[in-house]
Design a protein. Structure first.
Length: 258
């Protein structure tokens, strides 16, 4: 059976990040992608102009419909936006025992807040313990860990807050390296950076590829290494010519196929 991946996240009307990026990454990784949309964003390469939250009960209905029929080999969460949605997602997934990648999307690259302030502690308390791995970028990791530190220190502090494993991604900061801590081992994964103005959706692509690797039966470290490689290549092949802001990544290498 083809591996099945469910993403629970927000929709990006510009097609570069969120649900749209996740579905492309799932397809590129050889997985069947499914969605539960928690919010609609009016968004393009320059920023987010509006957010329309989906009622929590309808989010539950989407997840129940997918898992009750199609099932899933891995689930990933992205933008969850509110405390009510996080509580609903945690309650819905708690009994499922499906591998879960939590991408704690807090702020868009444009600076727009994608997680309400009162929802952060709910994310930590209710969703982190259910996760297989949590994948913050450096800025998100500092916010979750309560202040700055090395990626190693941040990963340990977030693990101490209830996340079984933490992968602090390397897209930000001076050192291009993803740092994985599984509660016992620290693993540094080098990341190739490319000077291309097309990074919109890179984080979503990374976490979705990681979830797809887990769904295909890879170990967490193997899936993390694949995610680092795929996200980096998606930036290298990015569509910088699209839009007035930072262009979308190209995980499907569409430009190369044209």
């Amino acid at each position: 059976m083809i591996p099945r991946c469910l993403t629970i996240a927000g929709s990006d009307s510009g097609g570069g990040a969120g649900i749209q990026a996740d579905l492309k990454a799932f397809a590129a990784a050889g997985c069947y992608g499914m969605t539960a949309i928690v919010a609609l964003t009016a968004q393009n390469t320059t920023g987010v102009t509006a957010v329309h939250e989906v009622p929590a009960a309808f989010v539950r209905a989407q997840v129940d419909a997918v898992l009750g029929d199609l099932g899933a080999d891995a689930v990933k969460t992205g933008m969850l936006f509110s405390r009510e949605v996080i509580e609903t997602v945690a309650d819905t997934l708690a009994a499922g025992h499906v591998p879960l990648v939590v991408d704690p999307v807090m702020i868009a690259s444009s600076g727009a807040r994608l997680l309400r302030d009162d929802a952060v502690e709910t994310l930590v308390a209710q969703l982190f313990p259910l996760a297989t791995v949590v994948t913050p970028n450096l800025l998100e990791a500092e916010a979750l860990a309560g202040g700055p530190g090395s990626r190693r220190e941040l990963a340990e502090r977030i693990h101490n807050r209830g996340a079984p494993a933490v992968l602090v991604t390397g897209g930000h900061g001076d050192t291009p390296v993803d740092h994985l801590f599984d509660g016992e081992r620290h693993v540094e994964i080098p990341v190739d950076r490319h000077d291309v103005a097309a990074t919109h959706g890179a984080g979503c692509t990374h976490s979705a590829t990681l979830a797809a690797g887990v769904a295909r039966g890879l170990s967490l470290e193997e899936a993390a290494r694949e995610a680092a490689r795929v996200a980096s290549e998606a930036v290298r092949n990015g569509l910088a010519e699209l839009g007035a802001g930072d262009g979308p990544v190209d995980v499907l290498h569409l430009k190369g196929a044209a």
